[in-house]
Design a protein around this ligand. Structure first.
Ligand code: UD1
Length: 367
């Protein structure tokens, strides 16, 4: 029997877990592949990391690098050094990275310099905003990867415009939607809306963590005003990312939020609880990348407080709208979408089978 091909699947930060989960599962079932899971430890808390492994039914990482938080340079460098040692030890046939976080960039760079093929899942997305750290991570990772797995047509177009050879590019759909489809029944069974006292109500679900929104006091103040406005019209659930929590304390804004009766400021939620809440929300307000896609799949109106999106299909076909952080303008749109808007449609190949398509390409490539 020919030897199984060893693949290292990399996760680092919260939005990676629901993307690698489905791929790792399908690879485990493939008799020609031997997948290992490496967690860089970019995110490390129970609520930012561990709970996702349990809820997404992922095995414990084979290797945990424990790099933790730090500046972009320090974090990226720590991942690179530690991952290099893993590659020396394991000598895999391929490294698979997902998304656009610092761990994605760091691990792809280390692998490619050792002439190990790299597959990038969620390739080709572009916000065309180089002030976003994720945009740099995307551009660099795509430019050095051997296989580029794309979630939407814009990704194919962007890579072509950058001169990437078409034979590296595979439009396979969206692995995050694989996880959503698989876990939706369990998400519904959490009864999270009832536990938070909003079952059957027209509640708003909110997340906010981008440095451009939360790291500067003026924007964070606008955000607090926006929450005051929205919470006057509907119950608001806001699971707070650690970055945002620190900034609310630093700028002395938490007291203003504590005074809003219809707002629940809570710790970051598990995957199933968040999905359960998102599915039944009347409106979602966010600056996340992935949530724009999940709300599009679920048909829930999403107001994204950013100047741009690397996921334009969520606007063209889906339920997403981009808005700048202007509390009055956002409130107007909030009132409009609450009344109901034309339902969007699901983008092509967002069907729960993206991981199988990826694994087929990977096993052919390594055969
Ligand atoms: C990272 C990603 C971003 C992604 C986000 C999801 C990059 C450049 N950014 O941003 O694309 O949308 O994850 O969360 O990779 N912290 C904890 N516990 C943790 C992890 C972080 O408390 O488990 C705190 C630390 O104070 C840390 C801060 O959160 O300094 C920010 O974490 P970091 O990994 O630097 O970036 P994110 O803002 O989470």
């Amino acid at each position: 029997m020919t030897q199984k091909k060893k693949i290292i699947n990399v996760v680092g930060a919260r939005p990676n877990f629901m993307k690698i989960g489905p791929i790792h599962r399908v690879m485990t079932e493939n008799e020609s592949l031997y997948p290992l899971l490496v967690h860089t430890g970019q995110h490390y808390d129970e609520k930012m990391s561990d709970i996702f492994f349990r809820q997404l039914e992922m095995p414990k990482p084979d290797v945990y690098l424990g790099v933790g938080s730090g500046s972009h340079a320090a974090q990226t460098a720590r991942v690179m050094e530690a991952f290099d040692e893993v590659l020396t030890r394991e000598n895999p046939d391929m490294v698979v990275v997902v998304g656009d976080v610092n761990s994605t960039l760091a691990c792809s760079l280390v692998a490619v310099k050792r002439h190990i093929p790299v597959a990038h899942v969620e390739a080709g997305l572009r916000s065309f905003d180089r002030r976003m750290p994720e945009e740099i991570n995307r551009i660099v990772t795509d430019s050095i990867s051997d296989l580029l797995f794309v979630t939407e047509q814009s990704g194919v177009d962007n890579l072509e415009a950058e001169g990437v050879s078409g034979d590296k590019v595979f439009f396979v759909g969206n692995v995050m939607i694989d996880a959503l489809v698989h876990f939706l029944p369990k998400a519904e069974a959490t009864g999270i809306a009832a536990k938070l006292g909003v079952a059957g109500m027209d509640y708003t679900l909110m997340t906010m963590h981008r440095p451009s929104n939360v790291d500067n006091e003026t924007s964070l103040r606008s955000l607090v005003t926006l929450i005051e406005n929205v919470a006057a019209l509907s119950p608001v659930i806001f699971p707070v990312h650690p970055r945002t929590g620190s900034r609310l304390d630093e700028f002395g804004l938490r007291e203003r939020l504590d005074r809003i009766d219809s707002l629940q400021l809570i710790d970051p939620l598990g995957y199933l609880q968040f999905l359960g809440l998102m599915k039944d929300a009347k409106v979602v307000i966010t600056d996340s990348g992935g949530i724009q896609e999940e709300t599009t799949y679920l048909g829930v109106p999403c107001l994204t407080l950013r100047e741009n999106t690397e996921r334009p299909v969520t606007i063209e076909l889906g339920t997403n709208e981009l808005l700048s952080l202007d509390p009055v303008a956002v409130l107007d749109r909030f009132k409009a979408v609450r009344k109901g808007r034309a339902a969007g449609s699901r983008p092509p190949l967002w069907d729960g089978r993206a991981a199988s398509r990826i694994v087929d390409v990977v096993s052919d490539y390594l055969a």
